[in-house]
Design a protein around this ligand. Structure first.
Ligand code: CA
Length: 224
């Protein structure tokens, strides 16, 4: 899951970014509304966390322009407690949820998860492909009931594959959703991580879940 955080207060931004990265999300941060709108339209983010009081373009205007341009990415707005009017306007302008500052970081993360669930149409949040199960709340992964230990990046890659089970995912799609802007697209890092995942998930099993689609990319699905 790749997130865009538009927040001009450096301390708040780095605090949120660290917490989200600990949850294995890829996070891009930008500090003004104009750049925020640019990135939000240029990258296919899974969630945008948007502060309303921003230099450049105010958050509310950013949101309106984004929706007018047809971008449907879920948006969570951040407002001050006193700004009831701003929250109402934000929701009316196409925000999916809001949090008032100051907030508990656990609540922000839980709301982000809820928005991902809604977007992928999995009400309980648990993802399953054959006997492989991933729980986004506990971040526990099991295959045939056996616990599988993954690094943060392996987990993020598997979550993206499982949210799109049965769909072919190209390397650019994987890059866009699992890695952030610092990613070097000229490396074969995706193939390397796929092989790490295969070692942990498919090795020694009768059926392999992670499929290579020649010339296209990768897909996870129950072998038929
Ligand atoms: Ca602000």
């Amino acid at each position: 899951m790749r997130l865009l955080l538009v927040e001009d207060e450096p301390k708040v931004a780095s605090f949120i970014r660290r917490a989200l990265e600990e949850e294995s999300y890829a996070v891009d941060v930008c500090v003004d509304g104009t750049t925020g709108l640019d990135w939000a339209q240029g990258v296919n983010y899974d969630l945008i966390i948007l502060d309303l009081m921003l230099p450049g373009l105010p958050g509310l205007q950013l949101l309106r322009q984004l929706r007018a341009a047809g971008v449907k990415t879920p948006v969570l707005i951040l407002t001050a407690r006193s700004e009831v009017d701003q929250r109402v306007k934000g929701l009316d302008a196409g925000a999916d949820d809001y949090l008032t500052k100051p907030f508990a970081i656990e609540e922000l993360i839980a709301r982000a998860r809820a928005l991902f669930r809604r977007a992928s149409g999995t009400p309980t949040g648990t993802l399953q492909v054959d006997d492989l199960v991933l729980n986004p709340v506990t971040r526990e992964v099991t295959r045939a009931g056996q616990r599988i230990e993954l690094t943060a990046k392996e987990y993020a890659l598997l979550e993206y594959l499982m949210r799109n089970a049965g769909r072919v995912l190209t390397r650019p799609m994987i890059t866009e959703h699992v890695w952030d802007l610092d990613f070097d697209t000229f490396t074969n890092v995706i193939d390397v991580y796929i092989s790490y995942l295969r070692n942990k998930i498919d090795r020694g099993r009768e059926n392999s879940l992670i499929q290579t689609v020649r010339g296209s990319g990768y897909m996870i699905r129950a072998d038929s």
